[in-house]
Design a protein around this ligand. Structure first.
Ligand SMILES: [Zn+2]
Ligand SMILES: [Zn+2]
Length: 408
């Protein structure tokens, strides 16, 4: 048993490349395996009622942990409350009481079956922020009470070249996504629209004290999804960057690129977002396609955050020679993007894609946001309000991220 309460002296959350860990417990059986003893919050005896335990009032012990969340039961129906269990603590697991979960467009695409068939019921949500309430016997990076987050991944193979270099998001053997993914015990992962989660510590992020927990969630998908390509394509002072679409991803991309020193132009179809775009740091806002030609060969990089199939050709001539437009929004798999080949050939431009970031890079992104006071503009909702929020996201009425407050 360890007594430490804060996480100041915990090592960095960056270690990758070690051997595959032992997995000792099942997520569905009520048996904690030998050697998987946990550390409890002071005053919380195993099996006894906890003073300030989980929202459901359950005691915090080794688990498995009863919890509840909003689940999709079909591609078209509303999300409904589902009671389910989180697995018992493995030696390297941390149990997190979720305080906030951001609503990402990927959640909607997934439940709607836009990215492939799904097993229902399914809880989505991969912008998770909360507090560590129990840790496995071998956990070394987190202590009880630590403010933590979980993004889009909860595991990866740990040994492929991508994992070894810290790019678990590009794991050659396919990482385990936070939801709708087959976990190593064969169960399907259930996401963050829920009150409790159990995760291997290697996939847990530290939330810097300067970042409010409610703001942290959206950084873990929308934030890293835009930060990673801006870094990969070396966005720097003096460059001109265009951000296509001003939604959950776009409004963070504008702040991030501005903080990296770029001169940012927002391209949107919503004229009412002009003022917001400038508040987030944009120098210029393009609403009418008729204005695009004025920006011929203007941009060093375009980050395309639009979560639907759309015509790329109008934007290709606005790239400088050798510049890239990178898609981070992804529409239905059955409706691929089209683009003008001749424009690309004449200007040697590239169309690229990028998918979130590794754990180390995600931690870097959080530190960067803390340093530059970057945060999402959020609207807090109760768990019961998530169906209404989804409708607003689809109708482009989110300003700019809905965040489920689990205590509301
Ligand atoms: Zn997301
Ligand atoms: Zn791997």
């Amino acid at each position: 048993m360890r007594e430490k309460r804060d996480d100041d002296d915990a090592p960095e959350v960056n270690e990758v490349g070690h051997g595959r860990r032992e997995f000792l417990v099942s997520s569905t059986l009520g048996l904690a395996a030998a050697g998987a003893a946990s550390v409890l919050l002071p005053g919380r005896a195993f099996g006894a009622p906890a003073k300030s335990a989980t929202s459901t009032g359950a005691a915090v012990g080794d688990g498995p942990y009863p919890t509840e969340g909003m689940a999709g039961y079909s591609a078209t129906g509303p999300l409904k409350l589902m009671k389910f269990q989180r697995r018992a603590l493995g030696p390297k697991d941390v149990a997190i009481e979720i305080r906030y979960a951001g609503v990402c467009h990927s959640d909607i695409h997934t439940i709607h079956g836009d990215w492939g068939p799904l097993t229902y019921p399914q809880v989505v949500g991969h912008e998770i922020a909360g507090e560590v309430v129990a840790v496995g016997s071998s956990v070394s990076k987190f202590n009880l009470g630590a403010r933590v987050g979980v993004g889009t991944m909860v595991d990866s193979c740990r040994h492929c070249a991508e994992c070894v270099r810290g790019a678990e998001n590009y794991c050659e053997n396919g990482n385990t996504q936070t939801y709708a993914s087959k976990d190593r015990d064969g169960t399907i992962t259930q996401g963050g629209y829920s009150k409790f989660i159990v995760i291997d510590e290697d996939f847990v992020l530290k939330i810097p004290t300067a970042i409010d927990l409610a703001d942290a969630g959206p950084l873990l998908c929308a934030g890293i999804t835009t930060y990673s390509p801006l870094r990969h394509w070396s966005v720097a002072p003096g460059q001109r960057v265009a951000v296509l679409g001003l939604g959950g991803l776009g409004h963070l991309a504008v702040q991030l690129a501005t903080a990296m020193g770029a001169d940012v132009t927002v391209i949107t179809t919503s004229p009412d977002k002009t003022k917001d775009a400038k508040r987030f740091g944009a120098k210029e806002v393009l609403v009418n396609a008729a204005d695009y030609p004025k920006h011929k060969r203007a941009f060093d990089f375009i980050l395309d955050t639009i979560p639907y199939q759309h015509e790329l050709s109008p934007f290709l001539p606005t790239l400088k020679r050798d510049a890239t437009i990178c898609r981070v929004g992804v529409g239905k798999l059955t409706t691929p993007n089209e683009y003008g080949q001749m424009t690309m050939v004449l200007n040697r431009t590239s169309i690229a894609g990028s998918n979130t970031g590794g754990i180390r890079e995600t931690q870097d992104m959080l530190e960067f946001c803390a340093q530059h006071k970057i945060k999402p503009q959020i609207t807090k909702i109760a768990m019961s309000g998530v169906n209404d929020a989804w409708t607003k996201v689809i109708d482009k009425k989110a300003r700019y991220r809905f965040v489920i407050d689990m205590t509301a």
